[in-house]
Design a protein around this ligand. Structure first.
Ligand SMILES: [Zn+2]
Ligand SMILES: [Zn+2]
Length: 339
């Protein structure tokens, strides 16, 4: 079968791989739609600090179950998505349902070789989650990034009635903004350095947009109604974190969403945090319940996926899709692959 295979940082091949051979307790799913994610780019380029090579790339997908182990609840023909994080299953974090804190935490297609940019995958049946009818199609490929956005909002505590700012409005930022609105945020201001994002956000019903053009963010936000109770930073450079700290009102919360790049450390404006009693909250990956919640939000329309899908390529033309995503970031949010 065809798959996108990354042997080492810096390159990938679209190549023939052996058909998956399911072990005990494993199911086989045919991939129907898969999404290219910024973390996939990090794996290919070699700046994702948890990447492990060689591997088949990809972790966002929806598909149809083809083979199931005996005695499971999953049925042949079910549409399902993959819960791509893998823990040891026995440590205190795994037992508490927090796989993202397992010492051996791995993600399919990033730090585990069974990625979803392939015609089929075999995974433990418990990692396939049946999807509601409304997500049997392209929107289902957005369940995984929506689960990220759910986790991010849950990490923030309640956002109901709060003034929220989202820095960086790519796929994750626009999903975080939509989830915050679904959870009752009083106001959501979106910040991005690409003017083209204004249209995407407007399609999604967000009219407050701040173009990050180098002017102090705090001043721009003043024009948009004042400081924020919660800032979600999906970029997490020294510059955006500093701007976020400035933009928060006393007692405000900064939620740090982006994974660190390489071994680079970011200096922190501690005096700003201390004087206004700000809270710094990191959000990493998700837990299984975030997937169920994400499916509910997408299925009810509380979060819309379709406007984020800006390109669809056949799997065997991954190279073109990848080049397009890198060359035209202003034109694209989520590009899907179809085997
Ligand atoms: Zn992803
Ligand atoms: Zn564990």
């Amino acid at each position: 079968m065809k798959a996108v295979y990354v042997e080492a940082p810096g390159s990938f091949r679209i190549t023939e791989r052996p058909e998956p051979a399911p072990g005990a307790g494993e199911a086989v799913m045919r991939i129907v739609h898969a999404g290219i994610c910024a973390s996939d780019v990090g794996v290919v380029e070699g700046h994702n600090p948890i990447a492990a090579y060689p591997l088949t790339l990809g972790h966002e997908c929806v598909g149809v179950v083809e083979e199931v182990p005996p005695d499971g609840s999953l049925r042949k023909g079910d549409w399902a998505t993959v819960y791509p994080s893998v823990g040891c299953g026995t440590c205190p974090a795994c037992e508490a349902g927090r796989i993202n804190h397992c010492p051996t935490f791995r993600v399919l297609g990033i730090s585990h070789d069974r990625g979803v940019f392939a015609e089929r995958i075999a995974v433990p049946a418990a990692q396939l989650l049946p999807v509601p009818d409304g997500l049997r199609g392209r929107n289902g490929a957005l369940i995984e990034p929506t689960a990220v956005a759910v986790h991010v909002n849950r990490r923030a505590g309640t956002v109901a009635g709060q003034r929220v700012v989202v820095i960086g409005c790519g796929v994750i930022g626009t999903l975080v903004a939509q989830a915050a609105r679904a959870y009752g945020a009083a106001d959501v201001v979106a910040v991005d350095r690409m003017e083209a994002r204004r249209d995407l956000l407007s399609k999604l019903g967000f009219e407050r947009f701040v173009l990050a053009d180098g002017a102090p963010l705090v001043e721009r936000l003043r024009e948009e109604g004042g400081p924020a109770d919660v800032v979600f930073d999906t970029v997490c450079t020294g510059e955006t974190i500093d701007a976020a700290l400035e933009a928060l009102s006393p007692g405000g919360r900064l939620v740090l969403v982006a994974a660190p790049r390489g071994a680079h450390e970011i200096p922190l404006g501690y005096a700003k945090v201390y004087r206004r009693e700000l809270s710094l909250i990191a959000s990493r990956n998700y837990v299984p319940d975030d997937f169920l919640e994400a499916m509910g939000l997408l299925d009810s329309g509380g979060v819309e996926a379709a406007p984020l899908i800006t390109g669809i390529w056949p799997l065997d033309r991954f190279a073109e899709a990848y080049a397009e995503l890198l060359a035209k970031p202003e034109r694209h949010a989520k590009i899907l692959l179809e085997p």
